[in-house]
Design a protein around this ligand. Structure first.
Ligand code: NAP
Length: 447
């Protein structure tokens, strides 16, 4: 293993965007790294051994399209994790830390659930017929389930005292990933300083400022838990960089991970960077639709694309453009694209990078407007952008003012605070549980 070997972890890889990201990683890596001395290992997670085997077969088939010498430079490592189970995340983290992986260059936090019960059909048909671009990109007709919670985190009778609830959508989309990244931190921090490990949050273009409610952090009372968790991802990723308001929490999160008894030490070379992507709109199984409805939805997204929506990717492969690019790009490439997109190097913070497409299906990665943050938190007006007008932007959106950005950072700091509190509480519970288990297995039963 040399510094020419890259390691990328993708969660939720057996379908939709996760599978699209792995396929695209293969293609883009082989197109951009021609040297036989360079290799890529894709560590991918699914929820069962069967799904892992099926995904491996699909990826091997995709890789077989490339010429033989190229193929030998891409490797796959299937892993299992259930993101609504902190013990499962802990087990995967322990396994990877104890493995021969020298470092992880990037993680794509892709897995997720919608938590929807269905659609409001009347509203869906009305909005499809009257505003196809807006309707497919910012749907107002999904029906969210309220109060979904995970299964208990510990086996019956094994947790001391009352175990607090964990929101299922919150845990699958945000908190599970948050804990996974924290526990895997030694692998990210082992990346060389000139190319630090990349934590790539994958959120959604739908997330808006009204979706996150600090008083309902786990979205247990919300009928828009999905959008809430996606907004939380935006807040976490965009305020992680160079913000005094979050610096303490980010530092604590990135530097205080336990060793998890891996016995394998790795050098601390760098601190990871936080990046943000979204896949635009794609037809996947995240929402369960009868096949004919699914096909109508697909046609609706194609129509949105032909009417000029830059986010109507339709396929998962196109939707995977932004996360794949971020995972493989060097810091200099990302900076260059940032300058190209924003027209100058005149300050401002990070961007939300979206997978975009033109009417002919040509794929690209573009900066996306974020409510309250704008393009990069600098107050740069949206009208300066390539698409101009309202294409690619939610109806009624306005440019983020200085006050909006200040409010966004304040809310980002609140999210970081709450996530850190929750992390520490759950870590303490898990440590007590593990200590108890270890005493039992050593024959010391607590009386
Ligand atoms: N499709 C879109 O237009 C769109 C738009 C914006 C954002 N996104 C985001 O893209 C990501 C992928 O979604 P998708 O559209 O590709 O949907 P998908 O095809 O349903 O894929 C979701 C993946 O996440 C896995 N997953 C779900 N819950 C999990 C859990 N508790 N633990 C571990 N893995 C879990 C699923 O595994 P199983 O197969 O075992 O369930 C599956 O591999 C999501 O974060 C979604 O929010 C999608």
């Amino acid at each position: 293993m040399t510094s020419n070997d890259q390691y990328v972890l993708v969660t939720g890889a057996n379908s939709g965007l996760g599978l699209g990201t792995c396929c695209r990683l293969i293609d883009e890596y082989l197109a951009s790294h021609k040297s036989v001395e360079h290799s890529l290992t894709i560590v991918f997670t699914t929820r069962s051994a069967r799904k892992g085997a099926d995904t491996l077969a699909a990826l091997e088939k995709h890789l077989a399209r490339h010429s033989h010498p190229s193929r030998r430079r891409v490797y796959f490592q299937p892993e299992n994790v259930e993101l609504t189970s902190l013990l499962s995340i802990r087990a995967l983290s322990r396994k990877l830390l104890a493995s021969e992986l020298p470092h992880l260059n990037a993680i794509v936090l892709n897995a997720g659930i919608g938590g929807w019960s269905g659609l409001n059909w009347l509203e869906a048909v009305r909005s499809f017929l009257t505003q196809i671009r807006q309707s497919t990109t910012w749907p107002t007709y999904k029906l969210g389930l309220v109060g979904l919670v995970t299964k208990p985190q510990f086996p019956p009778g094994e947790s001391e005292g009352h175990e607090p609830l964990l929101g299922e959508v919150f845990c699958a989309n945000t908190f599970g990933h948050y804990m996974l990244v924290h526990w895997l931190m030694p692998l990210f921090r082992a990346c060389p300083g000139e190319s630090p490990g990349k934590i790539i949050w994958s959120t959604s273009i739908e997330a808006d400022s009204h979706h996150y409610h600090p008083e309902d952090h786990q979205a247990l009372r919300s009928d828009a838990a999905y959008e809430h968790t996606k907004r939380m991802g935006d807040l976490l990723a965009l305020t992680a960089v160079n913000q005094p308001a979050t610096a303490k929490q980010v530092k604590e999160y990135t530097t205080s991970s336990p060793s998890l008894g891996s016995g394998r030490s790795r050098p601390i070379e760098s601190d990871p960077v936080f990046l943000l992507s979204h896949p635009g709109i794609c037809t996947t199984t995240i929402i369960s639709l009868f096949w004919i409805i699914h096909e109508c939805y697909r046609l609706g997204i194609y129509l949105a694309r032909w009417f000029g929506s830059p986010w109507a990717n339709v396929t998962a492969y196109l939707g995977a453009a932004s996360a794949t690019w971020l995972a493989l790009a060097s810091p200099a490439d990302i900076k260059a694209k940032w300058i190209e997109a924003l027209g100058d190097d005149g300050g401002g913070g990070p961007c939300k990078w979206g997978s975009s497409v033109d009417r002919f299906g040509h794929s690209d990665v573009r900066v996306t407007d974020v409510a309250g943050w704008g393009l990069n938190g600098s107050g740069k007006p949206f009208r300066d952008k390539w698409w101009g007008g309202s294409l690619g932007r939610k109806t009624g959106s306005t440019d983020a003012t200085e006050e909006d950005v200040a409010e966004f950072i304040t809310q980002g700091a609140q999210v970081w605070d709450k996530m850190e509190v929750l992390r520490r509480e759950w870590e303490a519970r898990i440590e007590r549980y593990e200590a108890e288990q270890s005493m039992r297995s050593n024959g010391h039963v607590k009386t």
